[in-house]
Ligand binder design. Structure first.
Ligand code: MG
Length: 387
């Protein structure tokens, strides 16, 4: 089904589009150039298209469920650990800062950021691994493509169509973020072209957000110490920056917070500087889409240093035996629920079965599990196996 943009809109929208022309860089995506939506809709009198997309995402059930989905630490060791929702909000604010300073479309960037993790299953990457394993040979599972599926089909909020009927550009961002390059869902979104600069800003922000907040959460959970982190050059240099900004006698939690704040600030500043250099001379959206390398990125030195920090996180946090123990339990429970739902279809919600008559039983079970929050999945597990 193709995309349609319905012309029109009153004076307010007209003024908005003119303001974008003045404010946005030539390589930014303009709202007035959107390819539109699958189902034709008249323009809203005072909410431009990407603002409307953002509002639809925030009002969706999938977005609300993010509050009870694991980011990294299954079982929420304390009330201050990031959830998938607070991670999403951190990504959104960093991405908007990047977008505004590079002259990109901030509304589109915000909509993409708020949608970027909608398709994550319960229990973080443990849930994703379990579903990917179960769905091998049945079309696979990828959280980006699941996000696309949610906003295109599974959300039911409008009488006239399934899904949220988002603009092409927001759907494209979900499709092109998928690592499954040959997936049929990617094919209509220019699979061989690069993502919009707005989407690349969200990618950069996502990486900055999870790297820095996973350190914060790991310190809080006593999986690592400040001393452990000092073997990483990037961390040591961020500590020097924090001490010169906030005083050399910083210690304890104030020191941790100061270093993380300095690190975010440093990384975002570097993205702005490097991306400004890469974007200089690009004259339109097409030149972004056809550029040989990413246009929003860290420079080579910080890319290398950040990769070292991520290696540290992988070895010391994501593969910490305490984390592995809880994620192994979560992975097994997702697999077991999947098998049970396949064996006994009466445990599936009839609404889901009835809505998707053309889907395989595996896809229906996968959709059901993928939409669950951690809490819902734990309750269902108990009701299936412990009563
Ligand atoms: Mg994310």
């Amino acid at each position: 089904m193709s995309f349609v943009r319905v012309p029109g809109g009153g004076q307010t929208l007209c003024r908005f589009h003119e303001a974008e022309e003045r404010l946005l860089a030539p390589y930014a995506m303009r709202t007035s150039q959107s390819r539109g939506r699958r189902h034709p809709e008249s323009p809203h009198p005072y909410r431009p298209d990407y603002v409307r997309d953002r509002d639809r995402i925030i009002h969706s059930a999938s977005f609300r469920r993010l509050i009870h989905k694991t980011q990294v630490f299954v079982g929420q060791p304390d009330d201050h650990q990031r959830t998938r929702l607070t991670h999403t909000l951190e990504v959104s604010q960093i991405a908007r800062t990047i977008a505004r300073n590079l002259g990109l479309n901030e509304d589109l960037t915000e909509a993409i950021a708020l949608a970027h993790d909608l398709g994550h299953p319960p229990f973080g990457h443990a849930g994703e691994r379990a579903l990917a394993e179960r769905m091998r040979g049945h079309g696979g599972f990828d959280h980006n493509l699941q996000g696309l599926r949610l906003v295109e089909r599974l959300e039911k909020r409008y009488p006239a169509f399934d899904g949220l009927n988002l603009t092409y550009e927001v759907l494209e961002s979900l499709a092109l973020r998928s690592k499954h390059v040959t997936a049929p869902q990617r094919q209509e979104f220019g699979p061989n072209l690069r993502m919009l600069a707005e989407s690349q800003a969200v990618d950069a922000a996502d990486s900055i957000a999870y790297t820095t907040h996973d350190i914060d959460d790991a310190l809080r959970a006593h999986l690592i110490t400040l001393d452990d982190l000092r073997i990483v050059e990037l961390w040591r240099r961020a500590e020097e920056r924090a001490r010169s900004a906030y005083g050399s006698d910083l210690s304890g939690k104030q020191l941790t917070r100061g270093i993380i704040r300095s690190l975010i600030d440093w990384l975002v500043g570097n993205v702005l500087q490097e991306s400004g250099r890469r974007l200089a001379g690009l004259t339109d959206v097409n030149s972004v889409k056809r550029s040989a390398s990413a246009v929003v990125a860290l420079d080579d030195d910080l890319t290398r240093q950040k990769a070292n920090l991520e290696c540290f996180l992988l070895e010391r946090v994501y593969r910490h035996e305490q984390v592995l123990r809880t994620t192994a339990v979560a992975e097994r429970s997702v697999s077991r629920m999947f098998e049970e739902l396949l064996r006994d279809a009466t445990r599936l919600p009839q609404s889901l079965v009835a809505r998707l008559p053309d889907e395989s039983p595996e896809r229906i079970a996968c959709d059901y599990i993928a939409t669950m929050t951690d809490r819902f999945a734990q309750n269902l597990y108990r009701s299936l196996f412990e009563t």
